[in-house]
Ligand binder design. Structure first.
Ligand SMILES: Cc1ncc(COP(=O)(O)O)c(C=O)c1O
Length: 416
C-alpha cells in the first residue's frame, strides 16, 4: 500500500480490472461458502436492484423538494413494510442505512419520549435480553443511555420474568428480538409487550433479520409467534430491507406504531445562517440508490415472490437441520424457527470441527456462548450446497473425533 495520492488517472479498463482482481481475495459468498454479510434472493433480484440503484446513483434523498420521486419511493417502501408488519393507520416510519441506524434511531426516539413521559429519569436505562444485538449498546453509548442485559432462558429466548425483575425507576425502554442473531430464536414479544404496557415503557422489537422473512414463514405455516405491531405495546421496530428484503445494502426501516412519536425522532435546528434544518435519521445526504433499489425489489417480487424465496430457503434450512441432527454428537442450539441456526457438540470439540470445515474451504463463524458453529443467515446461495456442506461436515466430525484435526482458539468475532 502506498500513501501517495494517485498522481495520474488510469483508464477505466485498468481500474475495473484491478477491482476485479482484488475481489479474488474475498470469500466466495456466491458459492454459499459463508452465511454472513450477504443476502441473495436470485440473480434476477440482484439485477433489478442494481439497475434501480444506478438510475438513482446521483440523486439525494436529503432534498425531497428537488427529488419528490425519491420521497414517494421511500413512502411506498415504508407503507408496504408497515402493511407487512401490521402497522395501524397511525403508524409511520423512515428508511435508514441499516439495522444499526434503525436501532440507534429507535433508542433515540425512546429516550426523548421518556424525557416527556418519565421526566424524573435523569439517567435512562434500556432493559434488554443478553442476546440482543450489540447495536443497542452502540446506540446507548452514542446517546448517553445505559443498557442492562438480562440472562435469557434455557431455550435462549428472552425471559420476561427476569426482565421484569430488572426494571427499576430508571428504566425507560425494553427490547425484544425477532429473531435474535446468536441463536436465531424469537423472543416472547407478547409477554414483554405486556410488561411494557403495565410499566409504561417503550418497547422496540428488533426484526432486522425477521422483518422480511418471518411474515412469509408464518404464511407458509411455520410456527412464528406474534412479534410485530399486531402486539399492543410494540412502539418501534427495525426491519432490514438489505437482509431478507434482498435489496441493495444501505437499506433498513425504523417503524413507529404512532406517528405522533416522530417528534421524538426528528432532529431540528435553526441557529445557523442557512435556515431551518430537520432530519429524521443520522445522515445528512442520503443516497437515492438504496431507496430506489428497495422500491424496485419489493415491487418486482411482491408477496408471491417473497413467499417463493422464503419457502426455498426454509426448505434448505430444514434439510441442513435434519442433516446436522443425523450426524452423531451434533446438536442444534435451541429451536430456531427461521433462517439462522448454530450447532454444537458435547462429545468432541466443535472448534476442531470448525477447523476441519475451514480446511475444506468453508468460511466458518464460531459462536461464543454456547461454543458452537454459527451458520449466520441462510439465503438462496445455500440451497444448492446443502448436500456438499453436510458431507464435508460428516468427514470433519470424523476428523475431530479421531483427533486428526485440532481446535484452534481463534477470536470469536462478528464484524471487524
Ligand atoms: C438481530 C440483528 N439486529 C441488528 C443487526 C444490525 O444490522 P446491520 O448490520 O444492518 O447494521 C443485525 C445484523 O446482523 C442483526 O442480526
Amino acid at each position: 500500500m502506498t500513501n501517495r495520492f494517485p498522481p495520474r488517472g488510469r483508464t477505466r479498463e485498468d481500474v475495473l480490472a484491478e477491482l476485479e482482481a482484488r475481489k479474488d481475495e474475498d470469500v466466495d459468498w456466491r458459492g454459499g461458502r459463508i452465511g454472513l454479510y450477504t443476502h441473495f434472493g436470485g440473480d434476477d433480484v440482484l439485477e433489478i436492484a442494481k439497475d434501480a440503484s444506478r438510475m438513482y446513483f446521483s440523486e439525494n434523498a436529503l432534498g425531497p423538494r428537488a427529488f419528490p420521486s425519491l420521497a414517494r419511493l421511500e413512502n411506498d417502501v415504508i407503507a408496504w413494510t408497515l402493511g407487512l408488519l401490521n402497522g395501524g393507520d397511525d403508524a409511520a416510519g423512515s428508511m435508514t442505512s441499516g439495522g444499526t441506524e434503525s436501532i440507534l434511531m429507535g433508542v433515540k426516539t425512546a429516550r426523548d419520549w421518556a424525557r416527556d413521559t418519565h421526566p424524573g429519569v435523569k439517567e435512562p436505562v434500556v432493559v434488554a435480553p443478553y442476546s440482543a444485538h450489540p447495536a443497542f449498546n452502540k446506540a446507548a453509548h452514542y446517546l448517553g443511555v445505559e443498557v442492562k442485559r438480562v440472562p435469557v432462558g434455557d431455550d435462549f429466548r428472552a425471559d420476561a420474568d427476569r426482565m421484569a425483575e430488572a426494571i427499576d425507576d430508571r428504566t425507560v425502554m425494553l427490547v425484544a428480538s425477532a429473531p435474535q442473531f446468536a441463536h436465531g430464536v424469537i423472543d416472547p414479544v407478547s409477554d414483554i409487550a405486556e410488561l411494557a404496557r403495565d410499566r409504561n415503557l417503550w418497547l422496540h422489537v428488533d426484526a432486522c433479520v425477521g422483518g422480511f422473512i418471518a411474515p412469509f414463514a408464518r404464511e407458509l405455516g411455520r410456527p412464528v409467534p406474534p412479534f410485530d405491531f399486531s402486539v399492543p405495546g410494540v412502539m418501534s421496530m427495525s426491519a432490514d430491507l438489505h437482509k431478507y428484503g434482498f435489496t441493495a445494502k444501505g437499506a433498513s426501516t425504523l417503524l413507529l406504531s404512532d406517528r405522533a412519536h416522530r417528534a421524538y425522532q426528528v432532529f431540528e435546528f435553526d441557529e445557523w445562517p442557512r435556515g431551518h434544518y430537520a432530519s429524521p435519521t443520522i445522515p445528512g445526504s442520503r443516497p437515492g440508490g438504496p431507496i430506489a433499489a428497495a422500491w424496485a425489489v419489493l415491487s418486482y417480487l411482491g408477496r408471491d415472490g417473497y413467499l417463493r424465496i422464503a419457502g426455498e430457503i426454509l426448505d434448505a434450512v430444514d434439510r441442513l437441520k435434519a442433516g446436522i441432527a443425523a450426524i452423531d454428537g451434533l446438536e442444534i442450539v435451541g429451536d430456531p424457527p427461521l433462517t439462522i441456526l448454530s450447532y454444537t457438540s458435547e462429545d468432541y470439540d466443535i472448534l476442531a470441527v470448525a477447523e476441519a470445515m475451514t480446511n475444506r474451504g468453508w468460511f466458518v463463524t464460531p459462536s461464543a456462548d454456547p461454543r458452537a458453529i454459527h451458520m449466520g443467515m441462510l439465503t438462496m446461495t445455500h440451497a444448492p450446497v446443502v448436500d456438499r456442506y453436510l458431507s464435508d461436515l460428516a468427514r470433519s466430525v470424523e476428523e475431530a473425533r479421531s483427533g486428526t484435526v485440532e481446535a484452534v482458539e481463534r477470536a470469536v468475532t462478528y464484524g471487524g
